[in-house]
Design a protein around this ligand. Structure first.
Ligand SMILES: [Zn+2]
Length: 103
């Protein structure tokens, strides 16, 4: 019994080890070029997005005020129609977008 168990384990180890070795070799060969290309593609994508955002901010430097949702008014909690200019945007209803020169 004891002599069969190590033999059985050795066979299992051999069967399991060979595919692992092949998989590691294949993944190692495939990962190096694909990860480099993926990083380059990601860098290009980020650069394109940054340029597109800067053009968009240049064309439209303002966005809606998040406090008053663009209305420019701060309404009372009890008297719903009573309002004053929004504190965050001073009643303009807009705020400069991130990265705009209007900040
Ligand atoms: Zn506001």
């Amino acid at each position: 019994m004891t002599s069969m168990t190590p033999h059985h384990d050795a066979t299992l180890t051999l069967v399991v080890n060979v595919p692992r070795h092949i998989q590691q070799a294949r993944s190692g060969q495939e990962d190096a070029p694909s990860s480099g290309g993926g990083f380059l593609a990601l860098a290009v994508l980020v650069a394109v997005l940054v340029v597109a955002y800067r053009i968009s901010v240049h064309l439209h430097p303002f966005t809606k005020c998040s406090t008053c949702r663009g209305s420019g008014k701060h309404f009372g909690a009890v008297f719903k129609s009573a309002h004053r200019p929004c504190d965050a945007c001073r009643g303009t209803g807009r705020k400069p977008r991130r990265g705009s020169r209007a900040q």
